[in-house]
Ligand binder design. Structure first.
Ligand code: ZN
Length: 288
């Protein structure tokens, strides 16, 4: 299959009461690991890269690798650009073949966020590409975007409804208490807020900061309307730790395949765990 827009798969997920994993990948092996996880479990998949990874690898290389994965695959695969503030880069990624983009103008006042988001939403709609926008502020660190935890502002349900109506975005990431990175304690998720937003907004909702959220909380978020969960930090750590273990035992190892294979296997196993948690296993056939 070609890469697909994530809009239909996320709409199906919200309607079906399950979630889809969006995995941030930084290397070819990480990309292959989550694709294999999706293949083996018949799960729909969203591959995701940060702006930093686009700058590191190039949107053309990333899109080519994702296209190769999708063309071999029986499961629907989307390629998403995470947290982008740069309009030009969004357009470049769409032209390279990304099938989903996030315009993050959440640091701007409401009206400005609406204006910037609507502009991207119109272009993306014409290109058949999904768009995700953020309202409120997700705490923590993602690439070079830093939001102090005390400054993290949660999304207002009425504003969410107005925002979706004014912008026409097909997916919304409302800040509801999760944070990027690894949680120090338990995340303090505002479930009532998710329910209030879902009651006012029909589009699929996106849960940012999915690394390390306990299973029961993930399931509750999904049951309330969170159709996409972003997983970044957790698989990055798992990938790196597996490589460190190889070098701890074999400090002289110099064949990249020898340390990449265990790292890939570790990410694959973790991805399957997240897919099971989200309930998307076995959902790919109904999306064909
Ligand atoms: Zn995020």
């Amino acid at each position: 299959m070609p890469l697909v827009s994530s809009t239909p798969m996320l709409q199906a997920a919200r309607a079906g009461g399950y979630g889809i994993g969006a995995f941030n990948v930084h290397t070819l092996e990480m990309l292959q690991a989550v694709v294999e996880a999706a293949e083996e479990t018949n799960s729909p998949l969203i591959l995701q890269t940060t702006v930093g990874t686009v700058k590191h690898l190039g949107e053309d290389y990333i899109a080519a690798a994702a296209r190769a994965a999708a063309s071999r695959s029986r499961v629907p695969i989307a390629l998403h650009l995470d947290h982008c503030t740069d309009f030009e880069l969004i357009i470049r990624c769409i032209r390279a073949g990304y099938t989903s983009v996030m315009i993050d103008a959440s640091m701007h006042p409401f009206d400005d966020n609406v204006r910037r988001t609507r502009k991207v939403a119109e272009i993306a709609a014409a290109a058949g590409v999904n768009v995700e926008a953020e309202l409120g502020k997700v705490g923590g660190v993602e690439d070079d975007i830093v939001v102090a935890e005390h400054e993290a502002l949660m999304a207002d349900p009425d504003e969410c409804a107005r925002f979706v109506e004014l912008t026409g975005v097909p997916t919304l990431a409302p800040a509801i208490g999760t944070a990027h990175g690894i949680y120090k304690g338990e995340p303090r998720i505002d479930f009532e807020r998710i329910a209030a937003i879902a009651a006012r907004v029909a589009v699929p909702l996106v849960l940012h900061g999915g690394s390390g959220i306990p299973e029961a909380q993930v399931k509750r978020c999904v049951s309330l309307g969170m159709a996409k969960m972003n997983i970044a930090t957790e698989i990055r750590i798992i990938f790196s730790d597996a490589i460190k273990r190889v070098f701890a035992e074999h400090p002289d190892e110099n064949d990249p395949r020898k340390y990449m294979v265990p790292a890939k296997q570790a990410v694959k196993a973790a991805a399957i765990g997240k897919m099971a948690m989200l309930g998307c296993i076995g959902r790919a056939p109904e999306l064909r």
